[in-house]
Ligand binder design. Structure first.
Ligand code: ADP
Ligand code: GLC
Length: 507
């Protein structure tokens, strides 16, 4: 842990509660709050998307123009808005630049990824650099999240190396290796990065293109990913998405830290989105939530039927096509209900709508993105399904455990690190895990969960108690990030030969 308060800059394409597509937003938000509460000077750079309204929210406009310096001496003027992150003293700076960010979708439009994503996120990285120079505020560490921030560590090792910002260490967190940000080489000139140095196989070049994720991994002082198991998995070909060799090469600097959950947001005892609150010692409110969820989705309001829920982006990663494929079989063989909240692949959205029509009262579907409903699903379900093909960490299984909704998950990535397998006959476990990414394996795991509900209710209660009393808060993981920040700062300064500034690290 560092001995003195650190200056930490987070560069985040999404940050809850302001902007969110998935768990990255929850993590960047929770880390910002946690680090600030521990006394560090935390600032965040993030885009002002079209759905954010600074005036309405009473955010401060920073005085004076702020400019972003791109390649070919191009200078773009933006406005910066500032808000204090709720529940902390961290400062969040929103870059207002309509051409790139005044949109309602963060990464994708109706026809797939925005066609100018390379410029949009190179711009975000450059804006982070220019923010520091313009304020003469030089962080000890810059924390970057996924490919969208991949150029920050490259700037630090090239054009910024000999500036006061060059001393900053970079920590690059891989939330999802599947999305890498691969673009034509012109993006380097656009960003003002030296092509001769960066467009090389031992840097950001990959198969004749620029790979922003690879560049971030190659150039960062330390790399983290969101669970120890995923850190091991991505060093092999099955989960390495073509970057396993570079991850193996950097293995000594790659650390897996499991995500935590923001217990201000996700706590059944205080959750304002629920019709009734509850805790491990009094679960009566959970029954009220179940009834409300059943009612919302048009399911039979029967407390005795086990309700299996899922909340997810509907993409291949999440394996919900496996669930869709076995619903008829489940409906025939098991007395259960199934509920889904999700959006994404239009074909899969339609499949789930059709299943709800085909099995009225037993299958409920809500297509769309709704945070209040996500909370109700976590609380109202009896089991929570995550048949993911891969899962770097996963937050929903942890939310569901906190809410006493037992996870049924595939043994992959962070699901292995966070869900302890039910061990029949012993008071162990917090959920049900299965190995193979197949409908059949999911079916049998759900059968096991279902038989526990009906035949071993005392075991169901025991698992529920175990799950609800686990410490899933950020405090453990935040202190691991602080260790990584210290190691990174030390390594950066030593690497630059500034040994006298390197603070001794206590871990
Ligand atoms: P990922 O980041 O891969 O989507 P995580 O489990 O880490 O997976 O995080 C997903 C986050 O997004 C959770 O907070 C979850 O509640 C939320 N989420 C996903 N889909 C929806 C949806 N349709 N409506 C509301 N929240 C959703
Ligand atoms: C990614 C991963 C998910 C992880 C989240 C936050 O979106 O898919 O597993 O929990 O990032 O780190």
């Amino acid at each position: 842990m560092p001995k003195k308060p650190l200056k930490i800059l987070q560069v985040a394409p999404e940050i809850a509660p302001y902007s969110k597509v998935g768990g990255l937003a929850d993590v960047s938000g929770a880390l910002t709050k946690e680090m600030s509460r521990q006394g560090h000077d935390v600032r965040v750079i993030t885009p002002l998307y079209g759905f954010l309204n600074p005036q309405e929210n009473g955010w401060e406009a920073e005085p004076g123009a702020f400019s972003v310096h791109l390649g070919n001496h191009r200078e773009e003027f933006c406005r910066l808005w500032r808000d204090t992150y709720p529940g902390s003293e961290a400062q969040v700076y929103f870059i207002e630049y309509g051409k790139y960010y005044d949109r309602h979708e963060i990464y994708t439009g109706p026809w797939g990824g925005h066609s100018d994503n390379h410029e949009r996120f190179a711009f975000l990285s450059r804006a982070a650099i220019d923010y520091c120079h313009s304020r003469k505020w030089y962080p000890d560490v810059i924390h970057c999240h996924d490919w969208t921030c991949g150029f920050v560590p490259i700037y630090l090792n090239t054009t910024e190396y000999n500036t006061p910002l060059g001393r900053a260490a970079t920590v690059f967190t891989i939330h999802n290796l599947m999305h890498q940000g691969v673009f034509g080489r012109e993006v380097l000139a656009f960003a003002g990065l030296p092509t001769s140095e960066v467009f090389r196989p031992d840097n950001a070049e990959s198969m004749g293109l620029v790979n922003m994720m690879k560049g971030g991994i190659y150039n960062s002082t330390k790399i983290t990913t969101v669970s120890p198991n995923y850190a091991a998995e991505i060093q092999g070909p099955e989960y390495g998405c073509g970057l396993n060799h570079i991850l193996k090469y950097r293995a000594a600097d790659l650390i897996g830290i499991i995500n935590g959950i923001d217990t201000d947001e996700w706590n059944p005892a205080t959750d304002p989105h629920l019709p009734a609150n509850y805790s491990v010692d009094d679960l009566s409110g959970k029954a009220v939530c179940k009834r409300a969820l059943q009612e919302t989705l048009g399911l039979e309001q029967n407390p005795k039927l086990p309700l299996f829920c899922a909340v997810a982006r509907l993409f291949d990663q999440k394996g919900l096509d496996l669930l869709a494929g076995i619903v008829p079989w489940l409906m025939e063989e098991m007395k259960i209900q199934v509920a889904l909240l999700g959006a994404g692949d239009p074909g899969l959205e339609q499949t789930f709508r059709d299943l709800a029509t085909r099995y009225p009262g037993r299958v409920g579907t809500h297509i769309g993105f709704s945070n209040p409903l996500a909370h109700l699903f976590e609380a109202g379900g009896d089991f929570f399904l995550m048949p993911s093909r891969f899962e770097p960490c996963g937050l929903n299984q942890m939310y569901s455990m906190a809410y006493g909704t037992l996870p049924v998950v595939r043994s992959t990535g962070g699901l292995v690190d966070s869900v302890e397998q039910y061990s029949e006959g012993r008071s162990r476990g917090t959920g049900f895990r299965f190995e193979e990414a197949s409908g059949k394996a999911l079916y049998y795991a759900m059968g096991w969960a279902c038989s526990t509900w009906y035949d071993r209710p005392e075991d169901y209660r025991m698992l529920q108690r175990n799950a609800m009393t686990r410490d899933l808060s950020w405090s453990n993981s935040a202190s691991k990030y602080l260790d990584v920040y210290s190691w990174a700062i030390d390594a950066r300064l030593r690497g630059m030969g500034v040994v006298e500034d390197a603070k001794p690290v206590q871990s």
